[in-house]
Design a protein around this ligand. Structure first.
Ligand SMILES: Cc1cc2nc3c(=O)[nH]c(=O)nc-3n(C[C@H](O)[C@H](O)[C@H](O)COP(=O)(O)OP(=O)(O)OC[C@H]3O[C@@H](n4cnc5c(N)ncnc54)[C@H](O)[C@@H]3O)c2cc1C
Ligand code: SF4
Length: 464
């Protein structure tokens, strides 16, 4: 694990309510749970579980269960104090809040074309995980795999071989808990884990509180994370493609084929339904998860290695799959340098601010949009996540744009909107949405990018 400046271990705070009740009341019933699994991972009795719901996985606690106060304090659903976590883990606040702390930013891909083409963008996460296993730097990796336990579902699984890692390649865009796996880690073994931003932050919080299983995770890797979808999006998509409700899904890939890939679903009746990555994005306004709206971390700032798609006209015209590769700790940087020297990764350095131009809209969506959406909820008297920071600058025009965006998400979440969209064929709504998305992106670009280059985060007082 990365060694931060010495700081006292995080201590759970005393609470007036039993911890499971507090989590259920303040996070789960409040609709803030991201389904990370950390609270269940801390249940040593093994009786708590993550239950699969239409809103993704949520914790379930038997009535008499006793949980450590850390299960609430590390919860990213209610929010974590990010400036404090940065200071404790990295020893300082990021010098640039667009990418988070970095050692080096590169673009590139796995040199092995089989790995590259099996993966979401450049196959970097899969290649690094394989390297960690083959070099015996870890004994196993916790990865997220589509198709477990059924083709339409996904779960975190243990991977101990190259084949296991490749079976879990590609992004999974529905919520999957990973930190509940902590209680299954074998004593004395070392692990790598792939995490979304909320999960990586909770894991770092636990490591800083000297949680023994969390400290067995030696490498945290994760994707840049814009939006994820509630599982109901899958059936809605199939209805738009005219697939009958009783036609069972036999396989599902979110990023099949040539980068950037397409959603591919095969069904029992032999139907094969495909939708270009940019076309099936039409599902986002209708099925976006609450975690995607409330979390303020796009670039997965608490991972040793964070990887995103290298969206640029140059790479997109070359095809094959390109990633943005961000190392955040010295240990991971050494590993990446070794892999480059050994010819396993093909990379080019890129200025970290230049790299953010590939994701400007999503960075703004998280850093300023996430803050505003949490503020809007709070002002409406609704429970809201608090990440202990406020973006600056935050022009009035950006607030206005957020009211439009949030209004659209609100309308999109209604049952009537789902009913309507499912009646529009995917071949119509996909391209139409893509045109609208590009038009909106270009119209809102001056406002969304205004002041983004100088973005900083002001720590705020938290009250959890
Ligand atoms: C929900 C989500 C939203 C994303 N949004 C963006 C975005 O807006 N912009 C952008 O540039 N990139 C985004 N990405 C990242 C992008 O899709 C690729 O994952 C990334 O470029 C890494 O590609 P790769 O080829 O190196 O990964 P691969 O080599 O294909 O490996 C992917 C690894 O990620 C792990 N993984 C996949 N899904 C999950 C998950 N849900 N939770 C935890 N681990 C997982 C798997 O275990 C696998 O090991 C997103 C990814 C996800 C999962
Ligand atoms: S966000 Fe994670 S820690 Fe918080 S309640 Fe949900 S599963 Fe538990």
């Amino acid at each position: 694990m990365h060694q931060a400046q010495p700081s006292p271990p995080l201590e759970p705070r005393p609470r007036e309510f039993p911890i499971p009740e507090l989590i259920t009341r303040r996070v789960v019933r409040a609709g803030l749970c991201s389904g990370c699994g950390a609270c269940v991972g801390l249940d040593v009795s093994g009786r708590a579980s993550m239950e699969q719901t239409l809103q993704g996985p949520v914790p379930q606690f038997p009535a008499d269960i006793v949980l450590d106060g850390r299960a609430f304090d590390c919860c990213p659903g209610k929010g974590l104090d990010y400036p404090d976590l940065h200071r404790r883990f990295y020893g300082a606040a990021p010098r640039n809040w667009l990418t988070g702390p970095t050692v080096c930013v590169r673009t590139g891909h796995a040199t092995d074309e089989t790995i590259r083409r099996a993966s979401a963008s450049g196959g970097v996460l899969s290649q690094v995980l394989i390297y960690l296993l083959e070099q015996k730097l870890v004994d196993a990796a916790v990865v997220v795999r589509q198709g477990i336990p059924t083709p339409a579902e996904a779960r975190a699984v243990f991977a101990t071989s190259r084949e296991d890692i490749l079976a879990a390649a590609q992004s999974v865009y529905i919520p999957v808990s990973t930190l509940d796996k902590l209680r299954e880690l074998e004593p004395g073994k070392r692990y790598a884990m792939t995490c979304l931003p909320d999960q990586a932050a909770a894991l770092r919080w636990l490591q800083l509180s000297d949680h023994p299983q969390a400290q067995q995770v030696k490498f945290v890797l994760g994707p840049y994370t814009g939006t994820a979808l509630y599982p109901a999006a899958i059936r809605s998509f199939l209805r738009s493609c005219g697939v009958a409700g009783d036609d069972a899904i036999t396989s599902l890939k979110w990023r099949a084929g040539e980068w950037p890939g397409y959603l591919e679903i095969r069904t029992q009746s032999g139907r094969i339904v495909r939708s270009n990555k940019f076309y099936y994005n039409y599902l986002i306004p209708f099925f976006i998860t609450r975690n995607s709206l409330q979390n303020m971390d796009f670039a997965n700032e608490f991972c040793d290695l964070s990887v995103g798609d290298a969206w640029s006209p140059v790479f997109e015209s070359k095809g094959g799959g390109y990633s943005v590769i961000t190392t955040r700790t010295a240990g991971m940087e050494t590993i990446i340098q070794r892999m480059i020297t050994e010819g396993l990764l093909t990379t080019e350095p890129i200025d970290e601010l230049k790299a953010t131009e590939m994701h400007g809209h999503m960075i703004d969506f998280k850093k300023r949009g996430g803050y505003l959406r949490n503020q809007i909820r709070q002002r409406l008297g609704l429970p809201a996540a608090d990440f202990g920071m406020k973006p600056q600058p935050l022009p009035c025009s950006r607030v206005m744009v957020e009211l439009v965006i949030s209004g659209l998400f609100l309308v999109g979440s209604l049952a009537i909107s789902h009913w309507i969209v499912e009646r529009i064929p995917e071949r119509v709504i996909g391209p139409l949405f893509n045109r609208l998305r590009l038009a909106w992106k270009s119209a809102s670009k001056p406002t969304k990018r205004k002041g983004l280059g100088n973005l900083t985060m002001i720590p705020t007082r938290r009250d959890t």
